[in-house]
Design a binder for this molecule. Structure first.
Ligand SMILES: [Fe+2]
Length: 439
């Protein structure tokens, strides 16, 4: 019996005798922030490969370091690749932060602490003028805009980053090691300012599990759709992917639509729209684009725009809904280009006037910004764009957005190919918001 047991033990240990024992990995990594949507809060998310406690120690900049401490918890995420790699995703929500105050923090446990980072608690005033960087389609390989974004974030040029889908290319690859490396790459942005996301097609493998597990967005949908407020803006993040991956559940289209309509109704209550007049949406696949790649947005009957007739029941698209509730600005990515559209609805241009198209426009404004940089390189344009195409560029780059006040919003496009040159800009000016602004 003893011999049998010895043989059994040897066989069980054999892989470790050959390969060595795996390292103990309690050191925090992939630190990133997100805004839970409640004034005075911030969420810190990070990864370890062995189980540890989840603690953030923090304090006001210039005060006593790590004066304050908050505990959270971790969830075990097992990637669905062959190796079934396991990691612990730690989440801690800090509350009671003083708006506009800068905090110094580290995260981890008594088994290992991260580097020291800092963030500024978001200003909770409706008169705050937040500055954003916006982009989609940023990968682990060829992330051309990354260094410029890292530096500009550290120079405190942005209050928030919006990553409009498609991460890492792809997070699940190499048994999710590409996801790990991508999250390490963006730490020098995302550990300093909230990094707000929506899912793209490159997250779809294993039912978006890497996306759903690695990020921490407001709401209870694992980051698929949610909304939040900042300054005079109500920002809605959606999954356009529900229209394309029906195997993961057609009902997701309808659940999102139901939530969207409720959220838009709420945002349009007169007392809400009066203080947060801007409604801005972000979703990965655009309704319109003039690329030459046969993507959904190149088609008149785009699923995202007009819905699908091959579901039961037929699934409405998003253009009518957004128009009916007076969405001001729609941010998209997926096309590896930058394209600014004239105000558009139903494939027709509705400029404010000939001279000032973006002053009191009569339809939502769309921006497509998916050229941050990835292994698939940039896309090409159709040589004959439709009337709604106002400006387009195939340079690598990203977009800056400044929500200045209730009536003025500024957008500009940065070309990384041209060393950070601003190649396009507009002021979107609205004296009136909501569906009545279209009349
Ligand atoms: Fe995409």
């Amino acid at each position: 019996m003893e011999l049998v047991y010895t043989i059994y033990l040897f066989l069980n240990l054999a892989p470790w005798l050959v390969l060595g024992l795996p390292p103990i990995w309690t050191q925090p990594e992939q630190v990133h922030l997100s805004y839970p949507g409640v004034p005075g809060s911030m969420e810190v998310t990070w990864t370890t490969f062995n189980k540890t406690d989840s603690t953030v120690e923090y304090g006001l900049l210039g005060g006593r370091l790590f004066d304050l401490s908050t505990q959270g918890n971790s969830t075990l995420f097992v990637d669905s690749g062959d190796e079934k790699r396991a990691m612990y995703i730690h989440r801690v929500i800090l509350i009671g932060l003083k708006p506009t105050a800068t905090y110094v923090y580290h995260c981890g446990s008594d088994e290992g602490w991260s580097d020291v980072f800092y963030f500024t608690a978001l200003n909770d005033s409706v008169h705050f003028s937040p500055k954003f960087a916006l982009y989609g389609d940023l990968g682990n390989e060829n992330p051309q805009s990354l260094a410029r974004l890292q530096k500009e974030t550290q120079m405190e040029m942005y209050d928030v980053i919006l990553h409009i889908g498609d991460f890492a290319y792809d997070m699940h690859e190499d048994n999710a090691r590409i996801g790990d490396e991508f999250m390490r790459q963006i730490q020098s942005i995302a550990a300093y300012v909230p990094y707000m996301t929506c899912p793209g097609n490159h997250e779809s493998t294993y039912n978006f599990s890497n996306y759903r597990n690695r990020f921490s967005m407001p709401g209870q949908t694992e980051g698929l759709w949610y909304s939040w407020n900042l300054g005079s803006a109500h920002i809605i993040s959606i999954s356009t992917e529900v229209y394309f991956y029906l195997d993961f559940g057609q009902e997701l289209i309808f659940r999102q639509l139901e939530w969207l309509e409720k959220d838009l109704q709420e945002a349009n209550h007169p007392e809400n729209r009066a203080v947060r007049p801007w409604i801005i949406t972000m979703g990965h696949r655009p309704m319109y684009c003039s690329d030459d790649d046969q993507d959904d947005c190149t088609k008149f009957d785009s699923y995202v725009r007009l819905g699908r007739n091959d579901t039961k029941p037929p699934a409405p698209g998003l253009e009518d809904l957004f128009y009916r509730y007076g969405v001001d600005l729609e941010l998209w990515a997926h096309e590896h280009t930058y394209e600014r559209l004239w105000p558009v609805y139903g494939d027709k241009v509705y400029n404010g006037s000939m001279e000032q198209p973006y002053v009191n426009p009569k339809a939502p404004v769309h921006i497509v910004t998916g050229s941050a940089g990835c292994r698939e390189r940039t896309d090409k344009f159709n040589p004959n764009p439709k009337d709604w195409s106002a400006f387009r560029s195939t340079d690598y780059g990203y977009t800056r957005m400044h929500v200045v006040n209730a009536s003025h919003l500024y957008l500009e496009e940065v070309s990384d190919d041209q060393n950070g040159k601003v190649i396009d800009s507009i002021w979107l000016v609205k004296e009136k918001h909501g569906p009545s602004a279209w009349l």
